[in-house]
Design a protein around this ligand. Structure first.
Ligand SMILES: [Zn+2]
Length: 421
């Protein structure tokens, strides 16, 4: 199968024709007059490597109400994603090799994306007994995490870092001190007071980060800090990174770069996530930090919920929003089209660094490399609506918004897995 992409702007820089064959990029030239099984006229749409999302919730194994691996895979490729790390807070919890293998195998069977499972730190995420990390790694887990919450016992966390270090597994930490955040539903501050909602203070996140950075660096283990939402967190992490640059990485999510606590006005449950949306100054600091590289990458924290759960009142509805399908579009709409980020920044934040964190090398858009690609038209507009999303979860903060930037093609190993040309 030969696929010819005509007139793509490689990384938004050079217009070229790109020929794909046997899963690879075989020719790149200003103009190719070659026959192919499939030819796409792309007229200046931008070519990037497909995205790697290191923080998602597939909800599988579990009930099919929120998501199935099929709908999850379709949502991913709709967003230009062909690799996703899935978090273990499922039902049952991903705490044994059988579930890890199941996820990898099922994703392969569906054939749209690769799943890189993250297993739990403790059995059943109960915070009592460590999982068998050596076996989990052997079965294909790329990291361990207690995401959704933190491991309460610092002593157990120390053992977790020691074990993970011994077997060479990454620990992805959800940093939250539950004694400070308990009962909170949004950022603590003037807005929460005005709305009469219980707040989650900044120190819940920063104390969590400080504890886990202290333990990880004491042990000498690799740590990845999930979904940071605060300017203060950037400062703390940067301080530790100066001394332990090879041990520490971190991520933020698109919603923290785009929205703030002010968006919680009116109690929209699609703006309820944990950690919560913070203040405008935090949003600005996070944006500067992704630009400068202080924050390594962007991940979606895609967290589908069925409508009936998100239709509950704000206090009762669960935390989390979907993000796979709007990730690249939103980054392009808000930051690339406005000149705040370059296409090279997007490649670094959404493709290269996430792969490096998993121990994989970046994909370069040159001849001979694997054809894991996305083509996005930065000028095409689309309205985000429940019916336009493939995920079973329609809980997107972008619902009703028009985004300028639409994925036209997602290609995995030379095969077109999503198409909207
Ligand atoms: Zn998460």
């Amino acid at each position: 199968m030969r696929v010819l992409l005509r007139g793509v702007d490689i990384l938004g820089e050079n217009r070229a024709d790109v020929l794909l064959e046997k899963g690879c990029i075989v020719r790149i030239a200003p103009s190719l007059s070659i026959s192919a099984d499939k030819v796409y006229d792309l007229d200046g749409a931008v070519l990037l490597p497909s995205l790697c999302d290191i923080h998602t919730h597939s909800r599988q194994p579990g009930s099919d109400e929120s998501e199935t691996l099929e709908s999850f895979s379709k949502a991913a490729v709709h967003g230009g994603v062909t690799m996703a790390c899935t978090m273990p807070n499922t039902n049952p919890v991903v705490d044994n090799p059988a579930i890890v293998s199941y996820l990898i195998r099922e994703a392969k069977r569906i054939g749209l994306i690769d799943i890189y499972p993250v297993a739990s730190i403790t059995m059943g995420q109960e915070g009592k007994i460590l999982t068998e990390m050596a076996q989990l790694k052997q079965s294909g887990a790329v990291a361990v995490s207690e995401d959704g919450k933190s491991v309460e016992s610092a002593r157990l966390m120390r053992y977790a870092f020691e074990y993970a270090k011994t077997v060479g597994l990454l620990v992805m930490v959800h940093c939250e001190d539950p004694s400070l955040s308990e009962g909170g539903v949004m950022n603590e501050g003037d807005v929460s007071l005005r709305l009469g909602l219980r707040g989650i203070p900044e120190i819940s996140e920063t104390i969590g980060i400080l504890r886990d950075l202290e333990i990880a660096t004491y042990v000498g283990a690799r740590v990845h800090i999930c979904h940071i939402s605060l300017g203060r967190s950037v400062k703390i992490i940067s301080r530790y990174k100066r001394f332990y640059p090879h041990l520490i990485t971190c991520e933020t999510a698109p919603h923290y770069l785009i929205f703030t606590e002010e968006d919680v006005e009116g109690y929209p449950t699609n703006f309820k996530m944990n950690p919560p949306l913070r203040r405008e100054q935090d949003r600005k600091t996070l944006l500067r930090a992704i630009k400068s590289g202080k924050i390594d990458c962007i991940a979606t924290d895609h967290a589908p919920h069925p409508d009936w759960e998100k239709e509950l009142e704000f206090e009762l509805s669960p935390f989390g929003v979907v993000g796979l399908e709007t990730w690249l579009s939103a980054v392009v709409h808000y930051f690339v089209n406005s000149g705040q980020l370059t296409w090279r920044d997007v490649k670094r934040l959404c493709c290269d660094r996430p792969r490096e964190i998993l121990g994989l090398s970046p994909i370069d858009l040159t001849e001979g490399n694997i054809a894991d690609l996305v083509v996005i038209d930065p000028k095409r507009e689309w309205r985000v609506e429940a019916k336009s999303l493939f995920s079973r979860g329609k809980n997107s903060p972008f619902l009703g918004k028009v985004l300028k930037g639409k994925v036209l093609l997602t290609i995995k190993s030379g095969k077109v897995v999503f198409e909207d040309v």
